[in-house]
Design a protein around this ligand. Structure first.
Ligand SMILES: [Zn+2]
Length: 187
C-alpha cells in the first residue's frame, strides 16, 4: 500500500468505525441510490461475464460526508441483481479495480454459490471473490492485499457482528486463494 493509500485509511476508516453501533443491513434503507460510475460498473460486468451469469447493477448509496448509521458493511448484494456500496467506500477504494473485483466477487459468491452469512460462508465468499477476480483478469494479489487491509481496519466490526471471521483468518484465506489463482493462471 502506498503512502496516499495509508493516509486515506488513517483519515477515513477511523471515522467510519467510530460512527455508531452495530445494526445490520436489514435496517438500512439505502438512501440516495444512484448507479455507480461506469468504470466501477465495468468491474462487476467483467466478473459476471466470466462467470457466465446475468449482469448485476452496482448502486452507490449515501454521501461522502454521511455519518454512517452503522459500522457499515462495505458492500452488500441485494436480491439477484444489485450490489450496493456506500459512497464512502467508493472514495476509499478510489478506482482500485483489483480490490473492487475481489469485493464484488465476494458478494457474487453469496449469490452464485449460495454462501451463507456465517463465518464459514464469509470465508468461502472471500476465496470465491479472489478466484473469480483472477479469472476475470484482475490481479488477485493486489485485490487480496487491499481487502486484507480493509478487514484489519474493520476488525472491530468483524468481532462484533459474529458473521465474519476475524481479519487475520480472512487474510489467510485471501492470500491462499490468490496463491491458488496465480498458480492456476500461470502460463
Ligand atoms: Zn459476505
Amino acid at each position: 500500500m502506498n503512502r496516499t493509500a495509508r493516509l486515506t485509511f488513517a483519515a477515513i476508516v477511523p471515522c467510519v468505525l467510530l460512527t455508531g453501533c452495530v445494526a445490520f443491513t436489514k435496517a438500512i434503507h439505502y438512501p440516495d441510490r444512484r448507479p455507480a460510475e461506469p468504470e466501477i460498473q465495468a468491474v462487476a460486468d467483467r466478473l459476471t461475464a466470466v462467470a457466465g451469469v446475468e449482469a448485476v447493477s452496482v448502486t452507490v448509496w449515501g454521501a461522502i460526508d454521511d455519518r454512517l448509521p452503522i459500522v457499515s458493511p462495505v458492500a452488500v448484494i441485494r436480491g439477484d441483481d444489485e450490489i450496493l456500496i456506500h459512497a464512502i467506500f467508493v472514495r476509499l477504494y478510489d478506482g482500485r479495480k483489483d480490490a473492487l473485483a475481489v469485493l464484488f466477487g465476494h458478494e457474487l459468491g453469496h449469490r452464485l454459490a449460495g454462501y451463507a452469512s456465517d463465518p464459514e460462508g464469509e470465508a468461502r465468499a472471500d476465496a470465491f471473490g479472489v478466484i473469480l477476480a483472477a479469472k476475470a483478469g484482475f490481479d488477485p494479489w493486489e485485490g487480496a492485499v487491499w481487502e486484507c487491509a480493509m478487514f484489519k481496519a474493520n476488525d472491530r466490526q468483524n468481532r462484533l457482528d459474529e458473521v465474519h471471521p476475524p481479519a487475520a483468518h480472512r487474510c489467510r484465506v485471501l492470500y491462499a486463494a490468490a496463491a491458488i489463482a496465480t498458480r492456476r493462471n500461470a502460463p
